[in-house]
Design a protein around this ligand. Structure first.
Ligand SMILES: Nc1ncnc2c1ncn2[C@@H]1O[C@H](COP(=O)(O)OP(=O)(O)OP(=O)(O)O)[C@@H](O)[C@H]1O
Ligand SMILES: [Mg+2]
Length: 146
């Protein structure tokens, strides 16, 4: 298992961006959005307050979405123009619950899916995913691996 993880990490060729403010994270995400294609799924990873939703906001802006992106914690999934879907799985208690909520259907709509707390729906995720991992490095410092 460990060796497999190492190999994956090696092949993924991770890049790192060091952000010193929410504004910088937003602008990084706006640029990162240009690398995304319809149908892509991006796992937004990191602890509470790491900046996952901040990244989602920047990606939406970068995709030309005008509507303000808000945290979907209570709605689970927010749809933007039918081409960006922002999931927050923090409160999902089981994959069965997620399936009952129709989560799997969203992966086949051809939009871009951004998923916070994807570990709670691990078994439902598409085979190929991208990852953006945020690590707190200080009060307003964040390391963004992508
Ligand atoms: N460099 C930074 N990048 C992003 N956010 C930052 C940064 N520095 C400070 N912050 C603050 O950290 C918080 C990030 O909140 P955000 O909602 O994006 O986190 P999250 O990872 O989505 O958390 P949750 O798991 O609770 O949904 C905000 O209050 C933001 O102002
Ligand atoms: Mg969030």
């Amino acid at each position: 298992m460990f060796a497999k993880n190492c190999r994956l990490r090696y092949n993924e060729r991770m890049a790192v961006f060091l952000s010193s403010s929410e504004e910088e994270t937003f602008r990084w995400a706006e640029e990162y959005a240009k690398t995304l294609r319809p149908g892509d799924t991006v796992l937004l990873e990191g602890e509470m307050g790491a900046g996952k939703t901040a990244v989602a906001k920047g990606i939406a802006k970068g995709l030309g979405i005008l509507e303000e992106v808000t945290s979907p914690t209570y709605a689970y999934i927010n749809s933007y123009e039918g081409r960006l879907f922002h999931f927050d799985c923090y409160r999902i208690e089981s994959e069965r619950q997620a399936e009952e909520l129709g989560f799997s259907d969203y992966f086949d709509l051809g939009g871009i899916c951004l998923i916070e707390w994807s570990e709670n729906i691990a078994g439902l995720l598409p085979e190929h995913v991208k990852r953006v991992t945020l690590k707190k490095r200080g009060e307003t410092a964040r390391e963004i691996q992508y």
